[in-house]
Each structure stands twice: as C-alpha cells, then as structure tokens.
Design a protein around this ligand. Structure first.
Ligand SMILES: Cc1cc2nc3c(=O)[nH]c(=O)nc-3n(C[C@H](O)[C@H](O)[C@H](O)COP(=O)(O)OP(=O)(O)OC[C@H]3O[C@@H](n4cnc5c(N)ncnc54)[C@H](O)[C@@H]3O)c2cc1C
Length: 359
C-alpha cells in the first residue's frame, strides 16, 4: 500500500512526488509515456522564478535568456523590458532532472503505466483507494493527479474543469531574430483566442507558435511563412510541438482522498498559457497538504479543501483572475486591442506592472 500515488511525471508530478518522499512517505509516481520528458509540449519560456524553486537547475537545461517582449497589434507595437529575465528552457532536460530527483528522494517510479480509474475500497482496518492502471491495480491512501491539461484523475474524481481548451502548435524555424527579445503577435487573422509567439533560441533560430480553440495550424502556417520571410513556406509547416492548454479558476481541485495539481488543476497563467511556475508552486501546496493528511490520517474532502484548495488559492487565485481580465481586454476584439495599443503609454504601463504574472 502506497501512502501517495502521483499520476503523471511532468515537472509538477515529479516535484510533488519528490517533496512527499523526502518526508519519508511511501510514494509511487506513474507515467503513461515510455520516456519522461517526451514528447515535449512546451515552448519553454519560463520566468527566472523557476530558479527560486529549482535552485540547482542544471545550466545545460537553459538554452537562452530573454529580457524583453515586443507586443504587436495590426497597426502598432511596443516593447516591454522584463524586470527579471526569462529562460528558454529545454523541457526534456527539466522534466528528466525533476524525475531523477523524485527517484533519488525515494519515490518508486514506473513509466509506460496508464492510469484509468479509481474506486474507494476498504479492509478490516482501513479505507483506501484502488487504482486501475494498464499494468494492474495499485492500492494507495491518497491520489494526486498531475496528469496534465486533459486530466483523467480530475474527470474520474468529478472535479469540473473550465471549458477553455485550446490547442497550441509550434515549430522551430530558421530566420533573423533578436536573440533576447520574444515577440507576441495579436491578430485575429492568426488566432481569435490567443496570440502568436516567436521565442528565439539564438539570432538565427526561434520557436514560433500559435494557440487557438480551433484550427491553430492555419494560424501557424501564416505566421511561420511571414516571420521567416518565406524561408519556410506555409505548405511546409509541420509542428514539432503540439499540446493542449486549459485555463481558468477551478472551483474545486480536491475531493475525498484526491487532489489535482499543475495543469490538471488549471494552475496556469490565463494570459500566456504558461504553467510551469504556477504548477511547481502548486506542487508545494499539494505536498504540504498530503503530508498533513497522512500525519493526521484525515483524507476527507473538507480537510483537503482547507489544506490544499484554500492555501494554493490564497497565493494564485488573484493572479489567475487578473490574467483572465487581461485576456478579456487584450484578446477580446481587434478593435479593443488596437485601442489598447493606441493608448500606448497606458496600455504599456498596465502590462508592465504585471509582466512576470502574465508571461
Ligand atoms: C504549445 C505549448 C506551449 C507552452 N509553452 C509554455 C511556456 O513557454 N512556458 C510555460 O511555463 N508553460 C508552457 N506551456 C504549458 C506547460 O507545458 C504546462 O503548464 C506544464 O507542462 C504543466 O506541467 P504538468 O506537470 O502539470 O503537466 P504535463 O507537463 O502535461 O505532465 C503531465 C504528465 O502526465 C502524464 N499523463 C497524462 N495522463 C496520464 C494517465 N492517465 N496516466 C499516467 N500518466 C498520465 C503525461 O504523459 C505527462 O507526462 C505550454 C503548453 C503548450 C501546449
């Protein structure tokens, strides 16, 4: 019987497993893919707060540093310098590093193991959960779903998720770039729901992407051809990164004996879709709540709400709500967007105050 079983060895699952295992509890970490970190579903633009959380992040996981963002609308653009740099991170390396740390802390990890469902079981002494997986049954006192934006754990636990699902597509392309400047392109032609992004790896190569509720590929084709000045033709665009992004404030992220964390809990910046920093912060709250539940032998929905939902929301609910508001203002309509850009100074100062929260 495990004390805690974590589903999903993304950065958030591995971090949660590591923090709980370090306290001496018996932790299982189950991942459906054969290899942790692949396929990559991320641009890797992560605020330097990552280093506050993962202080020994290997330097070879950082591919580039970004210190400003240029915002483009149809008629105007402006540039914001970030107070702290952003890293362009190699997500495969980051995920593998955090997975190794979880194993070194004592978590027992298994890959190629798909979580399917769970039920509440009991024997003479105690109640527990039986998990059904592609490799058989697992018994655990507590289940943590860190299984990403399409979370089976959230679904099976009846935790309602916002209906804001987008698809993000990206391709690494050659071209001419300012190596330390990311570009955000707001245009209904590319996507009515989000923006197109250009995140340089160097002055000769960038990750170019688009997210949308529907037909992100058409937007990506347009952006890649335009931004590479025809070096890569629309017809030759083949995304090398594809994934889902869901955002919004979930009403509940825990139920009896279950918590969800990271993308599974929509701990995601609603404006940029960035989820690594919020998810790693969420992992800290989930691990604390798990340790308290194990120590007090209380896995009730009420206990987990107090110790997990309420605590992470105290920290992240306000920035998530602010991100939702910014989405409305900037992504609402071309007209409103252009007005914002025409305001220039006002729009810029509104964004400047919150750049780290937004991106
Ligand atoms: C195109 C794109 C670009 C992005 N760019 C950025 C960015 O620049 N910066 C940023 O901060 N964020 C970015 N994000 C978001 C970021 O990738 C996520 O927020 C982050 O990966 C969340 O980590 P996680 O551990 O919660 O989930 P994930 O990284 O999704 O990990 C979940 C893990 O669970 C596993 N899993 C799923 N279901 C099961 C199951 N049933 N059984 C077992 N295992 C399961 C998956 O295989 C996966 O390994 C981007 C997302 C997309 C799609």
């Amino acid at each position: 019987m495990y004390d805690v079983t974590v589903i999903g060895a993304g950065p958030v699952g591995s971090r949660t497993a590591e923090l709980i295992a370090r306290q001496g509890f018996k932790v299982a970490l189950l991942e459906k893919n054969a290899e942790v970190g692949l396929p990559v579903r991320c641009t890797g633009l992560i605020s330097s707060r990552l280093k506050d959380i993962v202080s020994d992040l290997p330097s070879n996981a950082i591919l580039n540093r970004i210190d400003s963002a240029r915002f483009f609308a149809t008629s105007k653009n402006f540039e914001l310098r970030s107070k702290r740099p952003f890293y362009v991170v190699d997500r495969e390396k980051l995920d593998k590093f955090l997975f190794l740390r979880a194993r070194q802390a004592g978590a027992s990890a298994d890959t190629g193991m798909l979580f399917k469902d769970f039920e509440i079981s009991s024997n003479d002494d105690e109640e527990f959960l039986t998990l059904h997986t592609s490799k058989g049954k697992v018994q655990t006192k507590l289940l943590v779903g860190a299984d990403g934006p399409v979370s089976t754990v959230a679904e099976k636990a009846g935790l309602e998720r916002p209906a804001n699902m987008m698809t993000g597509l990206q391709m690494t392309v050659p071209g001419e770039y300012e190596a330390s400047t990311a570009e955000l392109i707001f245009s209904k032609e590319l996507t009515p729901d989000f923006f197109g992004w250009v995140v340089p790896l160097s002055d000769k190569q960038a990750r170019v992407g688009v997210a949308a509720r529907q037909n992100a590929l058409a937007g990506l084709r347009t952006l890649v051809e335009k931004r590479t000045s025809g070096l890569v033709k629309a017809a030759d665009v083949k995304p090398d990164v594809a994934g889902k992004i869901n955002f919004g404030l979930m009403q509940r992220t825990s139920a009896e004996r279950v918590m969800v964390v990271g993308d599974a809990a929509c701990q995601v910046k609603p404006f940029s879709g960035g989820g690594v920093v919020y998810g790693l912060l969420g992992a800290g709250y989930a691990a604390n709540a798990a340790v308290k539940a194990l120590k007090s032998d209380d896995f009730s929905a009420a206990f987990l709400k107090d110790e997990y939902d309420d605590k992470w929301k105290e920290h992240l609910a306000s920035p998530i709500k602010r991100g939702l508001l910014y989405r409305k203002i900037l992504l609402g309509s071309d007209r409103r967007m252009n007005l914002m850009f025409r305001l220039g100074g006002a729009g810029k100062s509104m964004l400047e105050g919150f750049d780290a929260d937004l991106l």
